[in-house]
Design a protein around this ligand. Structure first.
Ligand SMILES: [Zn+2]
Ligand SMILES: [Zn+2]
Length: 267
């Protein structure tokens, strides 16, 4: 990779700063691009709205906090790549037909575990003060994805610095996982359900938007990020999650209508 995107083994502080800046610009572009996309989709498909309670317009506040939180999040991604390039962590595997899917999947599992327990920690009395900003959005909007305090961003995203020490993940796969995380995170805050499918409910571990929407709406359920395994295992899955996903699957297909009332599938 080019130096501006991926540091050489003799890279120094300047290269780290360049990588940080590039990561920030890239994550900001993803944030505004995909949040804008879901914001627009939501105006086209109001009948896909998940919660029926009124939504406070917190978009300006959510953007302000996200733009700040992404500064530290992009630093963690840049640091992970920098540490790996310097040879201070595990030597990454060569790209191959098996190393890419294997390390991507293992990283998904590791991150989901990290996120579940870190997120539960943020819900304790001691740490909640640094997570309360994210929960200002009871009916989430896509713009809420990165709306968190620097402490919240640290607990949930420092993973990208630790990852190269525990998994010989190729840097391209690390970047791909972070992109996947940003896009699915934004989709998870869309407030409208577009991804309901049998694979996203029991007995399958995948998720759709309803999963994290219920976390915002009910607070003590659905702490995980990528799979429902941890919540099912620890008894924190919302009892109506599967049922609501199924209802969205059988709801009439999305159609363009801007002012009709929403056949909301509950909260
Ligand atoms: Zn939370
Ligand atoms: Zn959230």
């Amino acid at each position: 990779m080019d130096l501006a995107l991926y540091p050489a083994p003799d890279a120094g502080l300047y290269d780290l700063l360049v990588l940080w800046a590039v990561s920030y610009v890239f994550l900001m572009a993803l944030y505004f691009g995909f949040c804008g996309l879901f914001h627009w989709l939501n105006t086209l498909y109001p009948e896909r709205r998940i919660q029926s309670r009124p939504q406070k317009n917190l978009v300006a506040e959510e953007i302000r906090h996200s733009v700040v939180a992404l500064i530290s999040i992009s630093l963690y991604v840049a640091l992970g790549l920098f540490i790996q390039a310097k040879g201070w962590a595990l030597i990454p595997l060569e790209l191959s037909w098996w190393s890419v899917p294997l390390t991507f999947f293992v990283s998904l599992m590791l991150y989901d575990t990290w996120f579940y327990w870190g997120h539960r920690l943020m819900h304790t009395k001691l740490l909640y003060r640094w997570h309360s900003q994210h929960h200002r959005s009871i009916v989430p909007s896509p713009w809420a994805n990165n709306s968190d305090s620097p402490v919240g961003a640290f607990v949930e995203q420092f993973y990208w610095v630790v990852l190269p020490f525990v998994l010989p993940i190729p840097p391209e796969v690390l970047i791909a996982h972070k992109i996947f995380d940003q896009v699915t995170g934004i989709a998870g805050h869309a407030g409208h359900e577009y991804f309901a499918a049998p694979s996203n409910r029991t007995p399958w571990p995948l998720l759709c938007t309803t999963f994290h929407d219920q976390h915002h709406g009910h607070f003590n359920y659905n702490y995980a990020n990528t799979f429902s395994w941890w919540d099912r295992l620890m008894g924190t899955l919302h009892p109506k999650y599967d049922e609501i996903v199924q209802r969205f699957e059988t709801a009439p297909p999305p159609r363009k209508s801007s002012h009709t009332s929403s056949p909301s599938a509950g909260e």
